[in-house]
Design a protein around this ligand. Structure first.
Ligand code: ADP
Ligand code: MG
Length: 366
């Protein structure tokens, strides 16, 4: 299991301009534990039932699921079971899971379930598409930094160089459901698994007839439908500099996924902060001036893959990537207090009071 230095339950988000967009602009400040604004909490709105809610710890993070409707309670029970099943399948440490089997295959082929083959395929494809900024085989490097145990340390340059020889998504062979991972390498779905789990859980709720639910999967928010009264969910975008939210976004039917170094980091003996997202080119934690990246997309797995990889790419390269792949929206927050957001979300995001004078830049297609 990865180390959790501190956990932020309930947080974030934004919205998207493709299939997950909806009318209306964000206003006011969210203040609900799950990011709902106060007017939607409880049964303040006449005719709206109290939601069913469940929170639990899984996939090394806190999850809070909220759903409306007559069958909400039953659906949330199934949703939690689904998460636990996926957690076991995709955990690096669960000996009964498929990822564990791949990582202990000693270079021999392993046959995967359709579901696991699909997410591994997705992770490898996104690794290629992001030129290796997403690197699903970075695990041995994370371990060297102590992010997978409780013993954080700063590895030496030589050690990192030698570990990086066993890193590289292009060395993984996946043909249909059969995977071959060279001995010495390790696969880890940490950067995409929660997003995919969110997609599968949202689908499950929809199959059960739920049209209004919010799934907060430790930094990933999956909005199923809209609020019960048909208006957008209003979600607080996590303040990367401290507590609370930095602004509010309106979203319906989409995934909002944030990556940032405030989530997991340690302070080295040299007094520097080292975060849990690694630049696969150097083996060092990313330190490029970005404080957080939020992605708004139709699919949670894509949001998850992109939030991690755009964080690795940094301010300039993330914008370049978006210009050639403009099928998502993003909000980049820099360590020096600036916000860059893609044009599709500019009218949907409103800064919270004390952040009102942050500099906001709109990223346009040309
Ligand atoms: P979180 O899981 O905390 O929400 P992310 O989705 O950004 O955050 O994923 C970060 C996790 O992904 C790390 O904790 C680690 O397990 C793994 N990771 C770190 N760097 C990379 C990378 N460059 N590519 C893929 N996975 C990474
Ligand atoms: Mg991610």
């Amino acid at each position: 299991m990865k180390r959790r230095l501190w956990v932020i339950p309930a947080l974030l988000c934004v919205l998207c301009m493709t299939a997950c967009s909806a009318a209306g602009t964000a206003s006011g400040v969210e203040n609900g534990h799950d990011g709902r604004d106060s007017s939607s909490a409880g049964n303040a709105e006449e005719g709206v039932q109290d939601p069913a809610e469940t929170d639990f710890f899984a996939m090394d993070t806190y999850m809070t699921f909220t759903a409306y409707g007559d069958r909400a309670r039953e659906a949330l029970t199934l949703a939690e079971e689904e998460i636990r099943r996926l957690e076991s399948e995709w955990s690096v440490t669960d000996e009964d899971g498929e990822i564990w089997k791949i990582n202990h295959s000693g270079g021999q082929p392993v046959t995967l379930s359709d579901e696991t083959a699909q997410i591994v395929r997705f992770a490898l494809d996104m690794a290629e598409e992001t030129d290796g900024a997403l690197e699903p085989t970075i695990y041995p490097v994370l371990t060297a930094w102590g992010f997978t145990t409780d013993e954080n340390r700063i590895p030496g340059g030589e050690e990192l160089r030698s570990l990086l020889e066993n890193v590289g998504y292009e060395k993984v062979e996946l043909n249909g459901n059969q995977i071959t991972l060279p001995a010495g390498m390790e696969l880890d779905l940490g950067a995409v698994g929660k997003g995919y789990a969110g997609d599968l859980t949202a689908e499950l709720l929809e199959e059960k007839g739920i049209t209004s639910a919010l799934l907060d999967i430790g930094g990933n928010v999956q909005a199923v439908g809209s609020r019960p009264d048909g208006t957008d969910w209003r979600l607080g975008l996590r303040n990367p500099y401290g507590e609370g939210s930095i602004g509010v976004l309106s979203v319906s039917d989409c995934a909002v996924v944030t990556s940032g170094d405030y989530e997991r980091y340690f302070i080295g003996e040299d007094g520097k902060e080292y975060g849990h997202i690694i630049d696969p080119e150097t083996g060092y934690p990313v330190d490029n001036g970005l404080a957080s990246v939020t992605i708004i997309t139709e699919e949670g797995k894509k949001g998850d893959a992109l939030s991690t990889s755009m964080f690795v790419k940094g301010l300039e390269q993330a914008q370049e990537y978006w210009r050639t792949h403009p099928d998502f929206d993003m909000i980049l927050i820099t360590e020096d207090g600036q916000i860059y957001l893609t044009e599709g979300v500019q009218d949907r995001f409103e800064l919270s009071g004390s952040f009102g004078n942050m500099e906001v830049h709109v990223i346009t297609a040309d």
